[in-house]
Design a protein around this ligand. Structure first.
Ligand SMILES: [Zn+2]
Ligand SMILES: [Zn+2]
Length: 334
């Protein structure tokens, strides 16, 4: 990985020259983003489900999605070098290479035991995991990192902005684990926009898309093997911007950045409930079900460039609409 320390130093300089008004504005935007994501989580928890719905829906949305046991799903292999080892509602992926593996997200307690068991079931040696990349500084993504770092010996990777969030979450109640205090990993590796992470045949390019959190990531360049075929994947969808005019402007930049990544064939989601999550194409769990019954010569159910392209296009259209609304609001208040 390049530029890590240099960029860290320049970030420190930028922070020290930032005025107090800008800092206050940042804090306001962060609080608004936190409020918006908490409201979305409540809405997902209250979403209507029907007792006849498939398990992969019930464990994602609706009141039963808060139950611990329902989350403990079996691990599955999606490509020759990509494994799903986490609980149902938030993913934890392992991308393997002959030179060591990369884990994407860690979920949170009480699911770290599940991840450890699932790695074993998939015959993945935890000590071969070299990097654990945290998508963003929310507990459902980094909450397992401290224990998994001890278990694997891997470096934990996040943006400096979200390392700050992680540090601030130390000791706060984990609402998936009866309010027990959250254990956080020590600040380890920092990545910024444009950094590369190379391991084996993987040459990943890191992108930041601030909004959902100040240092939200998405990563392009995952190389996925399916027999003789290889496909290009993207991890994370970039998300929107933060509330308010500045957040909406950033949201358009994020969407443009996502759309600039060409040739995406596989969307590796961070949450199983992310759009598109229903039939016919479905999200992670629907596609996994199709994969389990795939016959030789059938297309790979996770390879779906058309759905990704439509999603990216929709993200940009939505971001532009939100920006226009925010600009109209700002115009009126002048
Ligand atoms: Zn989040
Ligand atoms: Zn999340």
């Amino acid at each position: 990985m390049r530029k890590i320390w240099m960029l860290t130093a320049s970030c420190l300089v930028a922070a020290s020259v930032m005025g107090s008004a800008a800092l206050a504005q940042n804090a306001e935007a962060e609080a608004a983003a936190a409020k918006a994501s908490a409201a979305a989580a409540v809405a997902r928890g209250k979403a209507q489900t029907n007792p006849n719905d498939p398990l992969e829906k019930i464990c994602r949305i609706g009141p039963r999605s808060r139950e611990t046991e329902i989350q403990k799903i079996e691990p599955f292999k999606v490509f020759d070098n990509l494994y799903h080892v986490g609980p149902c509602y938030v993913t934890s992926w392992v991308l393997t290479t002959p030179q060591g593996h990369i884990m994407f997200d860690t979920s949170q307690e009480p699911f770290v035991d599940l991840i450890e068991t699932n790695l074993k079931k998939m015959n993945i040696n935890p000590r071969d995991i070299k990097y654990i990349i945290v998508n963003h500084g929310h507990t459902d993504h980094f909450g397992g990192a401290k224990r998994l770092q001890e278990f694997t010996g891997a470096r934990v990777v996040a943006t400096p902005q979200d390392w700050k969030m992680i540090e601030e979450t130390a000791g706060k109640p984990n609402n998936r684990d009866n309010g027990k205090p959250t254990d956080v990993p020590k600040r380890d590796m920092e990545v910024n926009e444009g950094d590369h992470l190379d391991l084996g045949d993987q040459h990943l390019i890191i992108h930041t898309a601030p909004g959902h959190t100040p240092g939200n990531l998405f990563i392009e360049g995952l190389v996925l093997h399916d027999g003789a075929q290889t496909y290009r994947g993207i991890w994370g969808g970039g998300g929107g911007g933060a509330p308010g005019l500045a957040g909406a402007e950033q949201g358009v930049k994020n969407a443009e950045k996502v759309n600039a990544v060409k040739g995406v064939q596989v969307y590796i989601q961070t949450h199983a409930w992310q759009d598109p999550n229903g039939y016919p194409a479905g999200g992670v769990h629907e596609r996994a079900k199709k994969l389990a019954t795939r016959k030789p010569g059938d297309p790979h159910p996770f390879v779906d460039p058309a759905t990704w392209d439509a999603r990216a296009k929709r993200q940009l259209e939505t971001a532009k609409r939100v920006l226009a609304e925010e600009q109209a609001k700002a115009g009126k208040s002048k």
